[in-house]
Every structure is written in structure tokens, then in C-alpha cells.
Design a protein. Structure first.
Length: 86
């Protein structure tokens, strides 16, 4: 999995477009060699603890959603840098 694919997973989750098990597969089953992708995955897996939801049916608070969007931006920037460097 590369930066773009992880950004897509996060974006689909935030936008409510992901398939039912995509988030669980990403947070608990995906394996990454890249330290940054490992960091993002660990952070996303614990996000509901770090930013507890105010609404029971939500995964995390609005601050957690902001963090996901921040990582989406970072992942997109890393993907673009990789494409430029060939």
C-alpha cells in the first residue's frame, strides 16, 4: 500500500464512502514497512481513545476528524513528492 492508497482510505472513511470493513482492515490488518505509514495507522487505530466521540455512533470527535484530514494532506504531499522524484 502506498501513500495515495492510504490517503484514499482515510478520505473515504471521513466522507462516509468506505466499504463496511475497509477501516477495520486498514487499522488492524494492513502491514506497512514505511515508518510514516505505520505511524499514521497506529494513530488512526487509537483515534477514538485520543479524541473520544461526543456522539455514540461516531468514531471520534471533530478534532479527530481534523487530524485525519491533516494526515490526508501529508499523505497526498508525500505521494506527489514520490511521483516527482520518479
Amino acid at each position: 500500500m502506498d501513500y495515495s492508497k492510504v490517503a484514499n482510505i482515510l478520505e473515504e472513511f471521513v466522507d462516509g464512502r468506505g466499504k463496511p470493513w475497509d477501516w477495520d482492515d486498514y487499522t488492524s490488518a494492513a502491514v506497512f514497512d514505511d515508518p510514516f505509514l505505520q505511524e499514521v495507522q497506529a494513530r488512526m487505530a487509537a483515534l477514538s481513545l485520543e479524541y473520544p466521540p461526543a456522539v455514540r455512533t461516531h468514531y471520534c470527535s471533530p478534532k479527530g476528524i481534523e487530524l485525519i484530514r491533516h494526515y490526508i494532506g501529508e499523505l497526498r504531499a508525500k505521494a506527489a513528492a514520490c511521483e516527482r522524484s520518479g
